[in-house]
Structures are given as C-alpha cells and as structure tokens.
Design a protein around this ligand. Structure first.
Ligand code: CAA
Length: 385
C-alpha cells in the first residue's frame, strides 16, 4: 500500500445564486465591502426541494458512477446543518445512492470542522482494512439571520470524497496538529435554524486555533511552512484565508503572499460559506487550476467554531489530473438560477430545515435528487430522473 488519501472528489451546490452586488444595493452597503472587504461575490441558495441530503447525494453520485460501491462499508456525513436531531443525514443518502446494507453510516458534528475528522477517521479505518473505502461527505447550508453581520457570508455546498488506499488524487500524510478550546464564537441552539455568531471573536478564535494547531503540528514532527507548496484554509469568507495565511507566515517565520490564496478562493467566492465543505472546495479549486501540482505538498487548516482546529498535509499524486472532472464546477456554478433580492429573502424566511410539519415541496431543482417534503413527520427524498 503506497499511502491512504483522497481517491476521488466531487462537488455539488444549490440551485439558486444571489449576486452580492444585489444585496449591497438593497442594504445600502458599498459593494466593495463584500467584493474586497470580505472577498465574496455570490452565494448559493438551495431551492425549496434541496437540502444537505440532496446536495450530498448529488456530490457523491459521480464518484459512485465512476468507482461503484464495492468496498464502501462506511459513510461519514459531516454537517453543521443536519436535518434530524437523531438520524444521520447519511442514511437518506445511503438509500438514495443504493449503497450496500453492509455499511456503517453516521453523522459527524463540530461546526465547520467535521469533514476533516471524517477524513482522519477514514484513513484509520483504511489503514486497518486496506481493501475498504470510506465515503466522506461534507454538506452544509450556511444560514444567518436576515440583517445580521453574517448575512452576506451565507452559502450552500457539498463535497464528497472517496478515501482509500493507493489514492489517485492525494495522499494524506500522517502528521497532524490539533487544537481545541471552549469558545462562544459561533453556535446554533437546537431551536434555531440560523447560526448565532460573535463575528469579531470568531475571527480571533479562528486565528488562535490556527496558531495552536500549527504549533502542535510542528511539535509532532510536521514539516516547516517552507516545505509546503500551497495551503488551503476553511473559508467562511475568502478574506479570512488571507488573514490566516498572513498570520501563519508571521507565526512560522516564513513570508507568505495573499496571491497564494487567489486560486483556492475561486469556488468559495461564488458559493459562499459551506461550513464543513468549504475547506474542500478550496482544494477542488486548486486541483482544477492550470498549475501542475503532481508531487506537491498541500497544507490544510480546518476550523470549526466552538472550537476545534486541525492542520495537516497531503501530497498530490502523479497523474491526479486524470481523476478530475475538468470544468464541472464552473459549469454547475454558471448554471445556477439567479434570484432577485426579494425572492432570496422570501426563500430564506420559508426555509425551515428542521420542521416536522407535513408538506409537499414544489419541484425546482435540476439536481439528481430532491427533497419531496414531509409526510407523517418523516422527510421524504426521491430521484428526479
Ligand atoms: N471597501 C473595502 N473594504 C471594506 C469596505 C469597503 N467599502 N467596508 C468595509 N470593508 C472591510 C473592513 O475593513 C473589513 O476588513 P478587515 O477585517 O480586513 O479590517 C471587512 O471589510 C469587513 O468589514 P466589517 O468588519 O465592518 O464587517 P462586519 O462587521 O459587518 O462583518 C464579519 C464581518 C463579522 C466577519 C461578518 O461577516 C460575520 O459575522 N460573518 C460570520 C462569522 C464568520 O464568518 N466568522 C469567521 C470565523 S468563524 C469560522 O470560520 C466558522 C464559520 O464558518 C462561521
């Protein structure tokens, strides 16, 4: 076995898009605050018949079409915006994708961090059973209250990753640095469908976690920043990665440049925050770029408010390009249906992700699966074709 890591990776997002210039216009804010100040251009908004389950299944489908389901005995569903207090959203995906019944399925929660936990858990499982593959899916709808400071940093997206031995895309290296502390920077009580956040505190908590995770990474034998070719960050908004990269450079004593972050921000700038998926959208954008990354080392900083941070590295496999889906993400982003500001706000008010009230949803999504509504207090999903 020549390592364990990401064998395939695929992205999905919501049906709609809101141009942040429209939000700026309606809220009387200088659009440069969004485009330059926080580094965001658009945000994905799910249709009424989409949620974390439909996006997750849509992201995973191309992986299963390419590789089949053999050997998949574990599905780890990472999300902050789960749709049930008890049942894993992964079970709905398991059924939609017709995965084998000989499978463990669970949901992982720690704000935006949990997909990284999923990858680390998956590498451990594969280490023990190299013939097995683990489907890790990060899927989130980021929702803040209307009129709050977080409103322009909403979004929606999913990244599915197949973790296995002899990976075709990325070998995850074993050294990792972790950091945990109890901080009230961002949270969502059980009776809230939008996040509560102390924006300023969340930024300093993110940076504190980065320094802590980096120090732990180095203390465990991690390479110096000068030996890392690219760094991908969790991007609640893309400017956060710029702040983090500068901070890491100062902390590690190695100069960094904001330009390093332009490519990994390409998808995030258009999708918005996608919580658990956001870091892996940065990876997707980097892999899809013109740069030849074969043999390069990528650093990852994963942050989940509350808070847990992790810094780890991975090596890009030779021949990784043949496992990508060139142009698929930009095409999906370009295909989104634009919303005007009033329609966006109506959708925000109407969306009640945790509701158990029976209802049928109208058919809107162009994706392969839809949330059909609630019947008998149970959420119902169906393929669209
Ligand atoms: N032109 C250019 N730049 C402008 C501008 C203009 N006209 N007006 C303001 N700016 C700049 C500001 O200078 C500022 O930049 P710096 O931070 O580099 O100084 C930036 O735009 C934002 O301006 P404000 O700080 O005034 O913005 P705000 O207070 O309204 O909101 C925020 C910023 C607090 C981050 C808000 O977006 C928010 O609450 N977001 C949600 C929380 C979040 O994303 N936190 C990130 C860390 S937590 C995490 O990572 C987990 C997660 O996913 C939530």
């Amino acid at each position: 076995m020549s390592g364990i890591g990401i064998h395939d990776l695929s992205v999905a997002t919501g049906h709609h898009v809101l141009d942040l210039a429209l939000m700026a216009e309606h809220l009387g804010i200088d659009p440069a605050k969004y485009h330059v100040g926080i580094g965001q251009d658009e945000m994905s908004i799910p249709a009424p018949d989409e949620d974390v389950v439909t996006m997750a299944a849509a992201a995973a489908l191309p992986i299963l079409e390419r590789h089949g389901t053999d050997g998949i005995r574990t599905v780890l569903f990472a999300t902050e915006s789960g749709i049930d207090q008890s049942k894993s959203a992964g079970l709905f995906v398991h059924q939609l994708l017709e995965l084998p019944s000989a499978c463990r399925v669970l949901e992982l929660k720690q704000a935006c961090y949990s997909a990284t936990a999923g990858i680390q858990l998956a590498t451990g499982l594969v280490q023990r059973h190299p013939e097995e593959r683990v489907l890790v899916i990060a899927s989130d709808v980021a929702r803040y209250a209307l009129g709050s400071s977080g409103e322009p940093t909403q979004g929606a997206g999913a990244v599915a990753m197949l973790i296995g031995a002899d990976p075709a895309i990325l070998e995850v290296e074993s050294v990792t640095g972790v950091h945990a502390t109890d901080v009230d920077d961002f949270w969502r009580p059980n009776d809230h469908d939008t996040a509560l956040v102390d924006g300023r505190l969340s930024i300093t908590a993110y940076l504190t976690s980065l320094r802590g995770a980096w120090d732990d990474f180095r203390a465990h034998g991690g390479v110096g920043l000068e030996d890392i070719d690219h760094v991908c960050y969790h991007q609640p908004f893309s400017k956060m990665a710029v702040k983090a990269h500068a901070q890491l450079g100062r902390h590690a004593g190695t100069p960094t440049s904001a330009e390093d972050l332009e490519i990994p921000a390409r998808y995030n700038r258009r999708i918005g925050n996608s919580y658990s998926a956001s870091l892996y959208l940065a990876l997707a954008a980097l892999l899809d770029s013109d740069q030849d990354l074969a043999g390069r080392r990528i650093g990852f900083f994963s942050y989940g408010s509350g808070s847990v941070g992790e810094f780890f590295t991975a090596r890009v496999a030779a021949g990784y390009r043949s496992s990508l889906r060139p142009g698929s993400v930009p095409a999906a982003l370009d295909a989104r249906a634009p919303l005007d500001f009033a329609a966006y706000r109506d959708l925000h008010v109407a969306a009640a992700p945790g509701s158990s009230t029976d209802r049928a949803t109208e058919s809107v999504t162009n994706g392969p699966f839809r949330f059909a509504g609630v019947r008998g207090a149970v959420r119902r999903y169906e393929p669209t074709r």
